[in-house]
Design a protein around this ligand. Structure first.
Ligand SMILES: [Zn+2]
Length: 393
């Protein structure tokens, strides 16, 4: 058996505090054999400058939108981002497929080992079933009119079954509070409890969503009018959009709110009353692309085990890199330490996706991937603009 003994300035294992000059021992296929405090007495140890961490988990992506790279307006807000998508999303099958293949490979190169990927159709399933990355398919359903609930849910369920047939774990999930009815949510809630799948949704990504729930204000009613969708039935809620989703999806085994850009202390407090173990996914580079702002990360300090990181899609990001996302968080909030950022970027996502038995930490028997993060500052404790990820295993 070929064995690699890898040392670096620091090892972030997610099982103990960072080990200075420790040694990670892995089989040549990447299976963790041991984690040692020192290299004393060992021969043939590989040394790398920087920090080792497990492979990254991208908790939120849309591989299907990869061909829209560079085609949508930046910093003009969510509604101006969404409107053209409807028009330009359609493309030749080959164009869509080759963009997805390239995006998948770029994630491998960026040290990503697992992805929670949103899809509205099954076009990506074949490539995912052959990928080096482990995918979980979040089959996303949209349907604001209550009369559409059964039809939309059945469509989603059909795609979900196709995913399972290809040995890709999956879920049926709602798009966002402003695009689903309580009737559709009830079906997702019931089925997620029955089948045990995790649920996620886009949450408080724009002020327009908050305004719709407060008093039918903001730009969404107009967008629906333009699209010919009647939303007369919609009544503003006494709850925030986030709490409304949490209350409607309270039977889901796991629930993750994605983005949280405009969430307030009160929104979060109210949501966890309905769903105490809520996960929170941050995709800050997409938030900067679309809304030119990021969440207030300090509001989430009470949930160190349930914060995850996503890249969103290439429609709203320059690159699909979890390292680039945590670099942005580190710049926006310098109080968050590297150990926390790495845990969010690895272990927490693996737990949310139900993959923590194999991924997320350097524990014996796991095969989590091994990343080296180079060009750190402050004794290897802080990311810099130059930090890069190198996939070692
Ligand atoms: Zn998204």
């Amino acid at each position: 058996m070929l064995v690699r003994k890898i040392t670096a300035d620091n090892i972030y294992s997610n099982v103990c505090p960072a080990i200075n000059n420790g040694v990670l021992i892995v089989k040549d296929d990447g299976t963790v054999l041991d984690l040692l405090d020192s290299k004393d007495g060992l021969e043939d140890v590989e040394y790398h400058s920087g920090a080792l961490c497990p492979g990254f988990v991208n908790a939120h992506c849309h591989l299907e939108l990869s061909h829209l790279f560079g085609r949508l307006p930046q910093k003009k807000g969510l509604l101006n981002f969404l409107k053209p998508i409807i028009k330009i999303r359609a493309a030749e099958e080959e164009v869509i497929l080759s963009a997805m293949i390239e995006a998948d490979q770029s994630m491998v190169d960026n040290g990503i080992v697992a992805v929670g990927d949103i899809g509205n159709e099954s076009a990506s399933f074949k490539l995912k079933s052959k990928s080096k990355i482990q995918y979980h398919n979040f089959v996303e359903v949209i349907g604001f009119s209550p009369e559409d609930a059964e039809e939309k849910f059945k469509l989603g369920l059909n795609i979900f079954e196709q995913s399972l047939e290809m040995d890709l774990p999956g879920s049926v999930v709602p798009h966002a509070p402003y695009s689903v009815s309580p009737e559709l949510l009830a079906r997702i809630n019931e089925r997620s409890a029955e089948r045990g799948f995790p649920v996620c949704f886009h949450s408080q990504e724009s002020k327009a969503e908050l305004a719709l729930f407060q008093n039918r204000g903001g730009g969404l009613p107009e967008l629906y009018r333009e699209m010919g969708v009647n939303i007369d039935f919609f009544q503003p809620s006494t709850k925030s959009s986030l709490a409304w989703m949490a209350s409607n999806l309270s039977s889901a085994p796991k629930l993750m709110a994605v983005h949280n850009t405009f969430s307030t202390v009160d929104d979060i407090r109210m949501a966890v009353e309905y769903f105490p173990n809520m996960y929170w996914c941050f995709c800050p580079n997409a938030n900067l692309y679309i809304e030119d702002t990021t969440p207030d990360f300090s509001l989430f300090v009470d949930f160190p085990h349930r914060i995850t990181i996503g890249t969103d899609s290439l429609a709203s990001n320059e690159v699909l890199s979890i390292l680039e996302e945590i670099k942005t968080i580190s710049t926006e909030d310098s109080t968050i330490d590297l150990a926390s950022l790495i845990k969010w970027a690895t272990m927490n996502g693996a737990e949310y996706l139900g993959m923590a038995d194999k991924l997320g930490s350097f524990e014996k028997g796991k095969k989590p991937g091994v990343n080296l993060i180079s060009s750190l500052a402050e004794n290897g404790q802080r990311l810099t603009a130059d930090s890069k990820v190198h996939k070692l295993a």
